[in-house]
Design a protein around this ligand. Structure first.
Ligand SMILES: Nc1nc2c(ncn2[C@@H]2O[C@H](COP(=O)(O)OP(=O)(O)O)[C@@H](O)[C@H]2O)c(=O)[nH]1
Ligand SMILES: [Mg+2]
Length: 209
C-alpha cells in the first residue's frame, strides 16, 4: 500500500508533523562563535581524526563553492568558548597544484583564523616542516601539532618540542590524536590563541583561481 492509498488524512498528519518539528526548534539560538581555527597539512597525517576529536559528531560537510572538493566544518567547545573548526583538504605547499590544494589555500586566504593548526607526522618532520615555514611566512598564526607520536615512540624517535618551540617561535604540541594524547594541551593552546588573535599578513599572496 502506498501513501495515496492510505486511509488516514495524510495532509493533516503531515502538517502536524511539520508543526511539531518547527515548534521543537523555535526559540533555539545559533551558538555564538568566539573564534575560528583551521586544520591544515598533507594527506594522511591525522587531520580528520583530530577534527572529529575536537568537534564530535555534529559536523557540516559541503563542497567548496565551484568545486567537488569537500570541506568539513564543526564547532569545538573549550571552557565555555565555542570555536569554529574547519578541516581543510590535504596540501603539500601554499603554491597549489591540485584542486584540493587550491581549495585549502583559498580557505586560508579568504577566511580569518585565530589559529592555523599545522598537523604533521612525527616520523617525517624534515619532509613536513617546509610547509610550516610557508604558513608562518604567510603571516598565519601557526600552531604545530606533531601527530602520530605513538608511532614515533615505537621507532625510538625523540622530538624535543621545547627546543622546536624556541627555534620556530610558535606553539608546538606532541600528540597522538587517535589515542587522545595531546588533545587537552592543544585545547589549552587554542584558548590562548583566542585571547591574542593574530591578523594574517596575506597581502603578498594572491588567491589562486
Ligand atoms: N598511529 C596513529 N595513527 C593515526 C593517528 N592519527 C590518525 N591516524 C591514522 O592515520 C590515518 C589518516 O588519518 P586521517 O585523519 O584520515 O588523515 P588526513 O588525511 O590528514 O585527514 C588513519 O588511518 C588514522 O586512523 C595517531 O595519532 N596515531
Ligand atoms: Mg582528512
Amino acid at each position: 500500500m502506498n501513501c495515496h492509498q492510505c486511509q488516514k488524512n495524510c495532509k493533516t498528519s503531515k502538517r502536524a508533523w511539520w508543526q511539531r518539528l518547527t515548534r521543537k526548534h523555535r526559540g533555539k539560538q545559533v551558538p555564538k562563535i568566539d573564534g575560528n581555527i583551521a586544520l591544515v597539512g598533507t594527506p594522511n597525517v591525522g587531520k580528520s581524526v583530530l577534527f572529529h576529536k575536537l568537534t564530535g559528531i555534529y559536523v557540516d560537510v559541503s563542497n567548496y563553492p565551484g568545486t567537488t572538493v569537500e570541506v568539513s566544518r564543526g564547532v569545538t567547545k573549550i571552557k565555555g568558548h565555542q570555536i569554529g573548526v574547519v578541516d581543510t583538504p590535504g596540501m603539500y605547499s601554499l603554491v597549489p597544484i591540485s584542486e584540493e590544494e587550491k581549495v585549502a589555500r583559498n580557505l586560508l586566504l579568504q577566511e580569518s583564523f585565530n589559529a592555523v593548526i599545522h598537523v604533521i607526522d612525527a616520523k617525517n618532520l624534515g619532509r613536513m616542516l617546509p610547509l610550516t615555514f610557508q604558513l608562518m611566512e604567510a603571516g598565519l598564526p601557526v600552531v604545530l601539532a606533531i601527530n602520530m607520536m605513538d608511532e614515533a615512540d615505537n621507532l625510538g624517535l625523540k622530538i624535543h618540542s621545547e627546543a622546536l618551540e624556541t627555534e620556530l617561535g610558535i606553539p608546538v604540541i606532541l600528540m597522538s590524536a587517535a589515542l587522545n594524547r595531546g588533545i587537552r594541551e592543544l585545547k589549552q593552546t587554542l584558548l590562548q590563541c583566542l585571547s591574542s588573535p593574530t591578523e594574517a599578513i596575506l597581502a603578498n599572496l594572491e588567491v589562486a583561481r
